[in-house]
Design a binder for this molecule. Structure first.
Ligand code: G3D
Length: 182
């Protein structure tokens, strides 16, 4: 794990996971923790969960509710974050512009300057999911200068793409390892 593990046997990294409501954040969280998919309720506020990563990187996931009345409080959770995981519902073409606007707003915040981000195009197993290349084109991720980023297709339901998502998360964190050790 390069400089991440060279600084100690166990590193702490703050991960914030965001996305519109119903993007699949809660389902992803349980999947990543090795649980079976659960019947979820709309997130009120946030969940904080420890997650053991390969390479002994210990992560805390913040699952912040995407309901519009809660979005104003997103910024309160951004300070000290090492990476943003932004979850998209690939089947929700109608709200893709809204999802992009929220992502841009989060990345514009001063606390997020140079913080890397990983976009997860979730629900990719669904028949009506937008293909990854279409999502990439619609998001225009090239616009986000000054951030390292990655885009990963996945399905929280089937688990497909989640190992790759964790790999991307690790790579992006390593690119920021000098900030990880505080
Ligand atoms: P949120 O935490 O972002 O609000 P949830 O989203 O995790 O509560 O998920 C919202 C709905 O999307 C849930 O369905 C959940 O089962 C579903 N979902 C999550 N991930 C996937 C996926 O990868 N594929 C598909 N097809 N559905 C997914 P319900 O029916 O419980 O509302």
């Amino acid at each position: 794990m390069g400089s991440v593990t060279s600084r100690g046997p166990r590193m702490e990294a703050q991960v914030v996971m965001m996305g519109l409501d119903s993007a699949g954040k809660t389902t992803l969280l349980y999947r990543l923790k090795g649980h079976q998919p659960v019947k979820t309720l709309p997130t009120v506020g946030f969940n904080v969960e420890p997650l053991d990563m390969p390479g002994h990187v210990s992560l805390t996931l913040w699952d912040v509710g995407g309901q519009s009345r809660l979005r104003a409080s997103w910024k309160d959770y951004l300070e000290g974050m090492d990476i943003l995981v932004y979850v998209l519902d690939s089947t929700d073409e109608a709200r893709l512009p809204e999802a992009l606007a929220e992502l841009a707003a989060v990345l514009d915040h001063p606390h997020m300057a140079s913080v890397p981000f990983l976009v997860l195009a979730n629900k990719q197993e669904a028949p009506d999911a937008l293909p990854l290349m279409e999502i990439r084109a619609r998001l225009g991720l090239e616009r986000f200068q000054g951030h390292s980023w990655a885009l990963q297709a996945c399905s929280a339901l089937t688990g497909v793409g989640l190992p790759e998502a964790l790999q991307s998360l690790g790579s992006l964190l390593r690119s920021r390892s000098h900030h990880v050790s505080r």
